[in-house]
Design a protein around this ligand. Structure first.
Ligand code: ZN
Length: 300
């Protein structure tokens, strides 16, 4: 999807014009009800303002902490303004590629790639903690099948187990798309065992009514449509995606889709910032060392 970048920059500049603006937003996201000492939970503090990064000192135990500690931004050498611009652009309807981000916010391609993967990491960590609960539907579907070319099997299509919650008005709310990478290109779908493993991992069974759709010709169609939309969206922005990070990109898609739903009480950027603030930083080495998880292959 083509977007008007001038408008995006204009919107961004309306909210954040300085490092101080970004720091204030970060502090508000980290301590929404005011400072809480990470060591003793005391709420009184004094500010040490002589440093580039503000320090808070607990008035009870003397512990000093920076708002960046324990967040995705800890140890960053980049201005927070660049990070906040990346967050804004990450929330575009179809996201943003590292190449485009590199051009838009004037950082190196490698830095842009790393920033996006770090934000994706925060999104995935957040998503992993939020299990499906309520009226839950689960499909055994395939990801990567071009709907307009159904007759041509795609060698990169991958079996997925997908789940969603459905609101009382019948809309899909929270969605999870779980790749079964060991079935990539095989044409096979998830087994009943893999479907059960998905439910065990991603659904709060105590608080949910679960309808499972294991048969290819009888899937829950609104959820099937989301999987196809995800494929279209990711392909339009990132072209070809290898298996290594595909799960992270799918998590990005489903979380962003949910953030974009109408009726949310908080702005999208605030919610995404809260995820980044709640997630400890991950290094480049940790990121590239990550292997796709095959939990069901082991369980099967
Ligand atoms: Zn303290």
């Amino acid at each position: 999807m083509e977007v008007n970048m001038d408008m995006i920059h204009h919107l961004f500049n309306k909210h954040y014009t300085s490092e101080q603006d970004c720091m204030d937003a970060l502090v508000a996201a980290k301590w929404p009800t005011g400072f809480v000492c990470p060591r003793c939970a005391y709420t009184g503090c004094s500010h040490l303002t002589s440093r580039h990064i503000p320090l808070f000192q607990c008035e009870n135990c003397g512990h000093q902490t920076s708002p960046l500690v324990g967040t995705l931004f800890e140890g960053t050498h980049l201005p927070l303004l660049k990070w906040f611009q990346a967050i804004e652009l990450f929330l575009l309807p179809d996201g943003i590629s590292a190449m485009r981000l590199h051009q838009e916010i004037r950082v190196t391609y490698k830095t842009a790639w790393l920033m996006l993967h770090k934000i994706r990491h925060a999104v995935s960590e957040f998503d992993a903690r939020e299990r499906l609960s309520g009226d839950v539907k689960v499909n055994c579907d395939r990801y990567g099948t071009n709907p307009s070319r159904c007759q041509h099997p795609n060698p990169f299509a991958t079996a997925v187990v997908t789940g969603c919650t459905v609101t009382e008005s019948g809309d899909l709310d929270q969605i999870k798309i779980h790749l079964l990478l060991h079935k990539r290109g095989t044409g096979n779908r998830a087994t009943r065992h893999e479907l059960a493993a998905f439910i065990n991992e991603h659904v709060d069974v105590e608080t949910s009514t679960i309808h499972a759709f294991p048969l290819a010709y009888k899937l829950y169609s609104p959820l099937r449509k989301v999987v196809r939309d995800a494929w279209r969206s990711l392909t339009s922005t990132y072209l070809a995606l290898g298996p290594k990070y595909l799960q992270a990109y799918l998590n990005e898609y489903t979380v962003r889709r949910r953030l974009q739903l109408p009726g949310s009480t908080k702005a999208m950027r605030q919610q995404l910032l809260a995820m980044c603030v709640a997630t400890p930083a991950i290094s480049y080495c940790q990121l590239i060392a990550r292997q796709p998880k095959h939990p069901f292959a082991i369980a099967a």
